[in-house]
Design a protein around this ligand. Structure first.
Ligand code: MF3
Ligand code: CO
Length: 291
């Protein structure tokens, strides 16, 4: 249950002000939603200004890394070359690739091509070729603060079907960003994302989704895109989470590679695309921290 403080206690946000002159009304608003039966965030999920500044600095690296990958990526390159760029740029800027060693993940970044949904492992034997679509999913740690975002890249000329999948998936993410409104529910956001995918004849992966992020790599809540309006966690200013729909051209079912234990593929073998941003819920919408 969301806990209140004594009216005259110093506020939990660290402002030094008394609770009653600071976050008491804000907390009452959260408790109102909780009483009405909604899921509300724990206070630990609400980032302080110091946390937000740290996450912004981490995200600066993440964005620069993806910009550099975007400049360099081309046919003939291996996915290990992408990993090398990520490792080099991240460390040159003082960061650490969050993927490396995460639950035993062996590389610094995820590179997922065509029918690979996510968690593709870079390799010198995987060579990008004209017509491929690839997701590069990058995460950075700086001073203990985490950033996480991913982009799609089209290698040379890709088929109109794949191009449309990549474009519509980006639009899905953008619909999600527009639906990040404080005091609305995450289910509203997920529903907006899902609706756009379905309207275009696509499906969205159910088992894997977005997540709280910032003081750890993966925090609560789990951010699904297969949701109904009026459900899931309340979006409260100070929350930071990712919007990262995995949109499939065909059916939504997936399976995981039994040999490497990581790479996720579409069950029907058709292409999948994903874009990811990390957002901060603000008083009037959201701030995109990493893209
Ligand atoms: N970056 C992924 C995410 O969006 C997580 C990758 S974990 C790894 O949450 F171990 F596969 F790198
Ligand atoms: Co993520």
């Amino acid at each position: 249950m969301y806990k209140k403080l004594d009216r005259n206690a110093p506020c939990w946000c660290g402002s030094g002000k008394k609770y009653k002159f600071c976050h008491q009304a804000f907390d009452d608003r959260i408790i109102g939603f909780e009483r009405a039966g909604h899921i509300v965030p724990d206070r630990e999920l609400l980032k302080s200004e110091k946390d937000v500044e740290g996450i912004r600095r981490s995200a600066k690296i993440n964005v620069a890394v993806l910009d550099e990958v975007g400049d360099k990526i081309r046919a003939g390159m291996s996915t290990q070359d992408i990993d090398d760029i990520v490792t080099k740029v991240t460390s040159a800027m003082g960061g650490i690739p969050a993927d490396l060693g995460y639950q035993g993940f062996p590389k610094s970044v995820c590179t997922s091509i065509n029918n690979e949904v996510c968690h593709g492992i870079p390799s010198k034997d995987i060579i990008l070729k004209e017509g491929d679509i690839i997701n590069v999913d990058c995460s950075t740690i700086l001073d203990g603060y985490f950033s996480d975002s991913s982009r799609m890249f089209c290698i040379g000329e890709v088929s109109p079907e794949k191009k449309r999948l990549v474009d519509v998936t980006k639009e899905c993410m953008e619909e999600g960003i527009k639906a990040v409104v404080p005091w609305h529910l995450l289910g509203d956001m997920g529903h907006a994302v899902h609706t756009h995918a379905l309207e275009n004849g696509y499906t969205i992966v159910r088992e894997i989704g977005g997540h709280g992020c910032g003081n750890a790599f993966h925090e609560d809540p789990f951010v699904s895109y297969v949701t109904e309006p009026g459900t899931e966690m309340l979006m409260v200013p100070g929350m930071v989470f990712t919007i990262e729909p995995m949109v499939n051209m065909g059916r939504h079912e997936i399976y995981t590679d039994k040999v490497n234990g990581w790479t996720v593929y579409t069950a029907d073998g058709l292409p999948s695309a994903q874009w990811e941003v990390e957002v901060l819920v603000t008083d009037d919408g959201c701030e995109i921290l990493s893209w």
